[in-house]
Design a binder for this molecule. Structure first.
Ligand code: ZN
Ligand code: ZN
Length: 354
């Protein structure tokens, strides 16, 4: 079996280190590509450190699901791609393909639980016990789950679109973001900064909620019409009952009530951050009196992810990134925990070969 260089966590408490992993031979419907850049998502850190009770980590774990690169080989039936094309893979590499959700192109919600995530998911090909992600020099993926990328955009800054980008694009589209609508984005990190960019690009009145005064200027630069300091009750109160939609990217357990009270009648608070511990239950009366909704959303399906990448190429939207060599990944995790990144780390994968 072919092998590839990678970076892996071998336990919840050891730093990531160089490793060699198997990658399957290219099958008839597969695309193989050299990974040029891989974004660093908060989920990578949760997985590397086994922090989700609902999704325990099997070691070794090779994180990374914001993957872009150049195609090296395609199977006979993988006609969407040819060697030399740019390609990308996000959070999923397969699904059942036949259930109602899969047929609608919502593979992340596969009704049979058949979504195969890019890492730390039992590998249906048995190449290894689990799937291995993008902190690696090469990957082989079924063509249906490989996305096309425009040559027009700055490629390293495209990588975070594959998770952070689609995680915000999809709910903003689903719940309606357009001129005349007032949309809030809570939290200005990897996810939140993409939310502000997309909400602004879709023409909504865009408000950023942050706990940090230091982010006001950046929030406006990224496209927010207004920045509200969410721990300031007076500032929050001014926006009572005024939002059509608030998308919360906050990945720490927090009180949802202050945000729900800002929703209009029929407004929605949509959670996209995945906290280690649950949020306290919101006050039910706040939901009743206003017919408000509390909802969640996970990434986006393959057709919508392609739509987003095409939209970004047309509108010249990418992530704000800081490039790192793979040797700095453990340090990057520590900085991410402190919120010390503007706004996504991206690994330059050629440093894996050096
Ligand atoms: Zn992610
Ligand atoms: Zn399915």
């Amino acid at each position: 079996m072919p092998t590839a260089r990678a970076y892996a966590a071998n336990s919840a408490t050891t730093p990531l280190a160089a490793a060699t992993i198997p990658r399957r031979d290219v099958g008839p419907s597969d695309v193989e590509f050299d990974i040029l850049y891989c974004g660093v998502c908060h989920s990578d850190l949760h997985a590397a450190r086994n922090q989700w009770d609902a999704w325990p980590t099997v070691y070794p774990c090779v994180p990374g699901h914001e993957i872009v690169g150049r195609v090296t080989k395609v199977g006979a039936k993988a006609t969407k791609f040819k060697a030399g094309d740019l390609a990308a893979v996000g959070c999923m590499v397969d699904s059942c393909g036949t259930c109602a959700s899969c047929r609608e192109g919502l593979e992340q919600y596969c009704d049979t639980g058949g979504t195969i995530f890019t890492y730390n998911c039992p590998d249906p090909h048995k190449t290894a016990p689990m799937t291995y992600g993008g902190y690696s020099e090469r990957i082989v993926v079924k063509d249906k789950f490989v996305l096309r990328v425009s040559e027009k955009l700055n490629l390293p800054a495209v990588a975070p679109l594959l998770c952070a980008g689609i995680t915000l694009y999809s709910p903003l589209k689903h719940w309606g973001t357009s001129p005349g609508r007032k949309v809030g984005i809570a939290g200005l990190g990897g996810l939140g900064h993409m939310g502000v960019k997309f909400s602004h690009a879709f023409g909504a009145e865009t408000v950023l909620f942050t706990t940090s005064e230091s982010k006001i200027e950046d929030g406006k630069r990224l496209g927010a019409d207004e920045v509200v300091i969410s721990k300031d009750a007076d500032q929050m109160k001014k926006h009572n009952r005024s939002f059509d939609l608030i998308v919360s990217t906050v990945a720490a357990s927090h009180n949802l009530d202050p945000f729900i009270s800002l929703l209009k009648r029929d407004g929605s608070l949509v959670l996209v951050g995945a906290p280690e511990h649950p949020h306290p239950s919101p006050t039910v009366f706040q939901l009743l009196l206003g017919r408000r909704s509390l909802a969640g959303s996970a990434i986006g399906g393959i057709p919508e992810t392609q739509e987003m990448l095409d939209y970004c190429a047309e509108k010249n939207i990418v992530s704000d990134i800081e490039m790192i060599p793979i040797s700095k990944i453990n340090e990057a995790y520590e900085r991410m925990l402190k919120g010390d990144v503007k706004y996504r780390f991206v690994i330059d994968m050629k440093t894996l070969k050096a």
